[in-house]
Ligand binder design. Structure first.
Ligand SMILES: Cc1cc2nc3c(=O)[nH]c(=O)nc-3n(C[C@H](O)[C@H](O)[C@H](O)COP(=O)(O)OP(=O)(O)OC[C@H]3O[C@@H](n4cnc5c(N)ncnc54)[C@H](O)[C@@H]3O)c2cc1C
Length: 802
C-alpha cells in the first residue's frame, strides 16, 4: 500500500465511493478509499434504492436532481448497470395543509428547472392502480423519480473512480487517524499507514466510530428501518407499465414496484435507534431481526389507502439500519476545529443525495469552495451543543417526522433547552414563544402570559400576528429590547490582527472606537459573511455576525489565519446582553450610565467598552430595527442584572421586550437582507448589493477582490411589496416577469409598521429597477409584486442616526 495520498476516503458505501469518483473525475489523482470489509458493507447494500428530487432545501433538491441524472452517465462510463427505473413519482396529499406544502414544492420546482406538476387523482390512479383516490385531495407528479440498484450504483462509482486513477483497498479497516503538526494525517490500517493531506470520514453506519478516531463526536445515529416486498399483486402485474413510485405523506408510506409486486416502507412514529453506544465492528452487510409489530399501526393506514396491499402476500421483510442526522440532512465539509479533516456522514438518502454530496465534497476539497451553497448540509451548522445524546434525540425526532409536515413557523420540540440564557424561565413566564438557533433558545415573540404562549403551525399568518405587530409598534414609537445572546461574536487580538482582517474583509477596517459593515468573500467573489467589524483598541477587534453561522465562520477564519501575530476566539457564549432600540433608546441608556451618550459623544457606528447599569459591557451603536439603537453586550453572569436595570429604568418610557419575529419584520421595511436567507455563498457581493460595502480602493489584496472587481452581475437582490391579503412569502417562491419565471424569493413576511407584505429575492438585472411589476406564486396563487429600490420606512436612515 502507498505511504502517501492527497486524500484518503474512509468508507466504501455509496457516499465514500461517490466522493472518490468525483475527486478523481475532477482531476485529483493520488486519491485512495479504504474499506474495512467489502464495498457496500454498511447500509448501502440493502437500501430500497428510491430516487427523488423533493427536499425542503432547494440546493439539496438541486443536488438530488444532479445525482439522479448522473446514473446514466455512470453506466455509460463504466458499463456497470445501476438498475435505473424511472417510472416517475407521485406525492399524495390527504389534507389541505399537505396540499399547500405540495404547492410550495411545485412552485420551487419552477425555478429549479424541474418538471414536477399537479396531476388529477384519476391520473394518479392510472400511474399507481393501488391507490384509492377518495383518500386524497391532491397529487404532485415528478417525472424523474424512480429507483436504482444500490449495489450496482456503489460499484459503478467505484469502477468510475478507478477509471480516473483512484485506488480502493478493501478489507482494510482504518484503526487510527493521527494528526501531524504539518496539518496532514497518518491513517493507520493493519495493511500499513498512509500519510494523507486530507482525510474524509464517509463511515456511514460507523461514522461516529471513525469520528472518535480523530477525537470528535458526530451527532448522528443509526435507526432500524423496515420495508416489505410483496408477492405478485395482480393489479401490479397487469398494469402494463411500471407503477410509479408513490409517497403518501399522511399514510407515512413509500412504495415502488419490485417485480410483479410492490416494495413498501414506513417511518414509524416511535423509531428504534440502533447501536446507540456504538456500531459493532463485526457488523457487515447484515440485516436485523424484523419486528413488524412495531410498524403494524402504520401498516393499517397504508392498507386503508391502498387496499390491494392488505391482501398481498409478503415475500420478504427487510429491517436494516441506516444513519440519520439531527435535521435529516447530511453533515458534510471540513470539521471546524480540525485541520484537513472532512465529514460526509448522516447521508440518510444516499441514492438521492450521494452524487451531489460527492460533487460538492470534491469541488470543495479541490477548489476551496463548493459550486453551490451547501449550508443545509454543512457539518458546521452543529457546534459543541450537538452532543452524542442530543444527536440521538434529534435524529430520532427527525426519523419519526420523515413524512410529517413541518410548518415554516414551527419549532420542533425535541432536544430543546440545550442552551439557555439566564432569563429563560422569566421569558417563559412572560409568554415567550421560543425558537432555537445553534442550540440556544431565543424568544420569537411574547404572548404576554404563559397560557397563551403557543403558535399555531401554519403556512399562513399565525396567531402571533397581532403580538408581533404590538412589539413592532413599541420599538417604532417607544423603545424595545431584545436578547442578543444568539448573535455571533468573534474576537481577534494581536499585532497582526489588523493586517489579517484587512485581508479577510472586503471593507476598510474602522478606526479605533468605530464600526464598519463588511462583506467577507470567497476567492471566487461569493459571499461568505456579512459582518460588522469593530475596533476596540489598536490590536483588538470584534466581529459580529450570524449566530447560526458561527462555526462556519470560525472554520473560515482558522483556515485563513497566519500562525503568529493574531489570536482568535469565538466569544459568542461569553457575551450575552440586549439590543435596545426605538426613539427613546437614548433616554433609557442615559439613565443607566455616567458616560455622555448624546449624539455628538456616542455616534452612530461607535463601539466602546463602558459601564451600563453597573455592568461592564461592550456597546455598539447600531440597530437592525432601523431605529436609534444600541447593542449592549455583557458577560452571561451580568445578563440578568442588565435586564432588570433596563426594565426598571425604561418602565415609564414604555420599554417592551420583543422577539426575533418583530426584528425580521422591521428589517423588511428597511430593505435589509439576512445571512442564510438573502445573503449566502450562492450570491456575489454585487448581486446582493453588499458591494456597496466593498473598499475596492484599499491597498490590502482582500480575499475575493479580483473576482468582485470583475463581477458583472446578471441578477440582483431586490425588495418587493407583495399585493396579498392574508398570506406572506416565506422564501423559495418563484418570481415571474411577463409570465416567465425569472427568479425566486429568498425571504419575506409582513412589515407591520408600513402594513405591507414584503419579500426579498433575486431577479435579472433588467427586472430590478424601481417600480418593476413582477408576480409571485404563493401557495398556488399569483400575486402582484412591485420592486421598491428605497426602503419604505425612513429611506435615508435618519432615525438610526438621530
Ligand atoms: C432499509 C433501508 C432502506 C433505504 N432506502 C433508501 C432509498 O430508498 N433511497 C435512498 O436514497 N436511501 C435509502 N436508504 C439509505 C441509504 O442506504 C444510505 O443513505 C446509504 O447507504 C448511506 O451510505 P454511506 O456510504 O454513508 O454509508 P454505509 O453504506 O454505511 O457505508 C459506510 C462504509 O464505511 C465502511 N467503514 C466503516 N468504518 C470503517 C473503517 N474504520 N475503515 C474502513 N472502512 C470503514 C463500512 O464498512 C461501510 O462499507 C435506505 C437504507 C435502509 C437501511
Amino acid at each position: 500500500m502507498q505511504s502517501h495520498a492527497k486524500v484518503v476516503v474512509i468508507g466504501g458505501g455509496v457516499v465514500g465511493c461517490s466522493i472518490l469518483y468525483h475527486l478523481a473525475k475532477l482531476g485529483l489523482n493520488d486519491v485512495v478509499l479504504l474499506e474495512r470489509k467489502e464495498l457496500t458493507s454498511g447500509s448501502s447494500w440493502h437500501a430500497a434504492g428510491i430516487i427523488h428530487t423533493i427536499n425542503s432545501d432547494s440546493n439539496i433538491a438541486r443536488l438530488q436532481g444532479y445525482t439522479i441524472n448522473l446514473y446514466k452517465e455512470l453506466e455509460e462510463l463504466t458499463g456497470q448497470s445501476c438498475g435505473i427505473h424511472r417510472p416517475g413519482g407521485i406525492y399524495l396529499a390527504s389534507t389541505r395543509e399537505r396540499y399547500d406544502y405540495l404547492k410550495q414544492e411545485r412552485a420551487k420546482a419552477r425555478y429549479l428547472g424541474l418538471d414536477s406538476d399537479f396531476i388529477s387523482l384519476e391520473h394518479a390512479r392510472e400511474l399507481n392502480p393501488l391507490i384509492d383516490p377518495k383518500k386524497y385531495v391532491g397529487a404532485l407528479f415528478e417525472p424523474v423519480d424512480g429507483h436504482v440498484d444500490p449495489s450496482g450504483v456503489t460499484h459503478a462509482y467505484a469502477k468510475g473512480a478507478r477509471h480516473y486513477g483512484a485506488k480502493i483497498h478493501r478489507e482494510c479497516p482504518v484503526i487510527e487517524t493521527n494528526p501531524l503538526p504539518d496539518g496532514t494525517w497518518n491513517v493507520v490500517t493493519p495493511q500499513g499507514t498512509i500519510n494523507a493531506e486530507v482525510v474524509v470520514n464517509a463511515g456511514g453506519l460507523w461514522a461516529r466510530e471513525v469520528g472518535r478516531l480523530a477525537g470528535i463526536d458526530l451527532p448522528v445515529q443509526p435507526f432500524e428501518h423496515h420495508y416489505i416486498i410483496t408477492e405478485t399483486i395482480p393489479e401490479v402485474r397487469d398494469h402494463g407499465k411500471e407503477v410509479a413510485v408513490t409517497v403518501d405523506y399522511e399514510g407515512n408510506t413509500y412504495t415502488r414496484q419490485e417485480h410483479d409486486g410492490l416494495l413498501y416502507g414506513t417511518y414509524e412514529l416511535k423509531p428504534q435507534a440502533w447501536a446507540v453506544n456504538g456500531t459493532p465492528q463485526d457488523f457487515a452487510a447484515e440485516l436485523l431481526p424484523d419486528d413488524l409489530g412495531r410498524i403494524s399501526e402504520r401498516l393499517e393506514i397504508i392498507f386503508d389507502r391502498m387496499p390491494a396491499l392488505a391482501n398481498a402476500g409478503i415475500k420478504k421483510v427487510v429491517n436494516g439500519p441506516f444513519t440519520f442526522g439531527p435535521d435529516g440532512n447530511p453533515l458534510i465539509g471540513p470539521v471546524p476545529g480540525l485541520r484537513n479533516y472532512w465529514s460526509a456522514v448522516g447521508v440518510m438518502a444516499g441514492f438521492c443525495q450521494g452524487g451531489g454530496v460527492g460533487l460538492c465534497m470534491a469541488e470543495w476539497i479541490i477548489n476551496g469552495e463548493p459550486g453551490i451553497d451547501v449550508w443545509g448540509m454543512d457539518v458546521a451548522r452543529f457546534g459543541n451543543f450537538a452532543t452524542r445524546d442530543w444527536g440521538t434525540i434529534k435524529s430520532r425526532e427527525n426519523y419519526s417526522r420523515r413524512f410529517r409536515l413541518t410548518y415554516p413557523n414551527e419549532t420542533l420540540p425535541e432536544g430543546r433547552r440545550q442552551k439557555t440564557t439566564a432569563l429563560y424561565d422569566r421569558f417563559i413566564e412572560r409568554g415567550a414563544v421560543m425558537g432555537v438557533s445553534f442550540g440556544l433558545e431565543h424568544a420569537l415573540w411574547f404572548a404576554g402570559s404563559k397560557d397563551k404562549a403557543e403558535e399555531t403551525p401554519t403556512f399562513r399568518r399565525s396567531n402571533a400576528f397581532s403580538y408581533v405587530a404590538d412589539e413592532v409598534k413599541a420599538v417604532r414609537e417607544h423603545v424595545g429590547m431584545i436578547e442578543i445572546a444568539n448573535y455571533a461574536k468573534h474576537e481577534f487580538k494581536g499585532p497582526g490582527a489588523a493586517a489579517f482582517l484587512d485581508r479577510l474583509l472586503a471593507n476598510k477596517l474602522p478606526k479605533t472606537g468605530r464600526l464598519a459593515l463588511s462583506p467577507m468573500l470567497t476567492p471566487k467573489g461569493k459571499l461568505y459573511g456579512d459582518l460588522t467589524v469593530g475596533k476596540l483598541d489598536h490590536e483588538t477587534f470584534m466581529l459580529f455576525g450570524s449566530g447560526a453561522a458561527q462555526d462556519m465562520h470560525r472554520r473560515w477564519f482558522e483556515m485563513q489565519m497566519p500562525r503568529t501575530g493574531v489570536t482568535y476566539r469565538n466569544v459568542t457564549d461569553e457575551l450575552h446582553g440586549f439590543a435596545i432600540s426605538g426613539p427613546k433608546a437614548r433616554t433609557l441608556l442615559s439613565r443607566l450610565t455616567r458616560d455622555d451618550v448624546s449624539n455628538g459623544a456616542l455616534k452612530f457606528r461607535d463601539i466602546r467598552r463602558m459601564v451600563v447599569a453597573d455592568v461592564p459591557v461592550i456597546l455598539t451603536r447600531v440597530s437592525f430595527s432601523g431605529e436609534l439603537g444600541y447593542e449592549i453586550y455583557c458577560a452571561p453572569q451580568f445578563h440578568m442584572r442588565l435586564f432588570e436595570a433596563l426594565e426598571a429604568a425604561g418602565a415609564d418610557l414604555g420599554v417592551r421586550l420583543y422577539g426575533g419575529r418583530a426584528l425580521m419584520s422591521m428589517r423588511l421595511e428597511k430593505n435589509w437582507g439576512v445571512w442564510t436567507l438573502d445573503f449566502r455563498p450562492d450570491f456575489t457581493a454585487a448581486e446582493s448589493g453588499l458591494d456597496a460595502f466593498i473598499a475596492f480602493d484599499k491597498t490590502a489584496d482582500f480575499i475575493g477582490k479580483a473576482a468582485a472587481k470583475a463581477d458583472k452581475p446578471a441578477k440582483r437582490l431586490v425588495t418587493m411589496i407583495v399585493d396579498t391579503k392574508d398570506v406572506d412569502c416565506l422564501g423559495d417562491e418563484p418570481i415571474f416577469h411577463g409570465g416567465k419565471c425569472v427568479g425566486y424569493v429568498t425571504s419575506g413576511g409582513y412589515a407591520h409598521h408600513v402594513r405591507k407584505s414584503m419579500a426579498l429575492g433575486y431577479v435579472p438585472t433588467q427586472c430590478a429597477g424601481d417600480g418593476t411589476e413582477l408576480e409571485i406564486e404563493l401557495l398556488g396563487d399569483f400575486y402582484k409584486a412591485r420592486v421598491v429600490a428605497r426602503p419604505v420606512y425612513d429611506p435615508d436612515g435618519q432615525r438610526m442616526r438621530s
